[in-house]
Design a protein around this ligand. Structure first.
Ligand code: SAM
Length: 241
């Protein structure tokens, strides 16, 4: 695994946890078909590297934070990027959200097997509900989502969860000028700044990735997220067709 390309490398204990996570994923994938990225480079690059490269700035400042970093992974599916972040950031508390209960039960079992249960909270619900829940709205320093929906939809899920100094990180594959323009329109409504996207070519010719960060300019307006299903059906900033 090309840790030097990542700009961070795991301790022996973290490496062993990442290996255990692969074993757990194998076990649960056999039952539930959570992901196709389980073996070899599919796992180490497609899951681990791809989950961690956008959060390297947090990993580098991670030594021993005075209070745990509150992180939320929305649409965690089989547990990525959330579980990889929980391992890489020992001073973090992770909230993992997905609306599909059987996936979350597998993630719960994996977190428990890895000894992470104390730092990992699971919420089986739609992200539109999480953004309105009293114990989640405005609470997180870092809110992430990989492969969940179009960027304006994900922005509407993540921004209401952010603390005033928090960051939403959108994990994207391709990032076109049209994607950027659509996200800018959504960002104006949600009162966030779109930071310049970061780009990286995954090792092994596995494609180009982008990480797009959003930072609050003001509290998220109270009407967002809209009710369940509305963000996906009518993405913010949609141009009249
Ligand atoms: N983040 C994982 C990854 O990168 O491997 C899973 C990606 S999977 C393609 C998308 C996941 O997002 C699914 O598990 C789906 O249930 C979840 N999801 C999509 N929309 C959601 C919503 N509004 N609320 C909660 N979960 C949602």
């Amino acid at each position: 695994m090309p840790w030097s390309l990542l700009g961070w490398s795991p301790t022996g204990e973290q490496l062993s946890l990442l290996q255990q996570l692969q074993e757990e994923l194998r076990l649960w994938n056999g039952r539930l078909n959570l992901t196709r990225l389980v073996e070899g480079e599919d796992y180490w690059i497609g899951q681990v590297f791809d989950s961690l490269w956008p959060v390297v700035p947090w990993l580098q400042g991670a030594a021993d934070p005075p209070t745990p970093l509150e992180v939320i992974d929305v649409g965690t599916g089989g547990g990525f990027p959330g579980l990889a972040i929980a391992i890489a950031l020992p001073g973090s508390r992770l909230t993992l959200v997905d609306s599909v209960g059987r996936k979350l039960e597998a993630v719960r079992a994996m977190a428990t097997a890895l000894g992470l249960a104390e730092r990992v909270v699971l919420r089986c619900e739609r992200a539109e509900k999480t953004g309105r829940a009293r114990d989640c709205r405005g609470r997180f320093q870092l809110a992430v989502a990989r492969a969940v929906a179009a960027a304006p939809v994900v922005a509407e899920y993540l921004v209401p969860l952010l603390a005033s100094q928090g960051t939403a990180l959108l994990y994207r594959g391709q990032w076109t000028p049209e994607d950027a323009a659509a996200l800018e329109r959504a960002a104006a409504t949600l009162q966030v700044r779109v930071e310049p996207p970061r780009a990286l070519d995954l090792p092994g010719g596995r494609g180009r990735r982008h990480a797009v960060a959003l930072t609050p300019l003001a509290p998220c307006p109270p009407g967002y997220p809209r009710p369940v299903g509305v963000p996906g059906k009518h993405p913010l900033g949609e141009l009249p067709g």
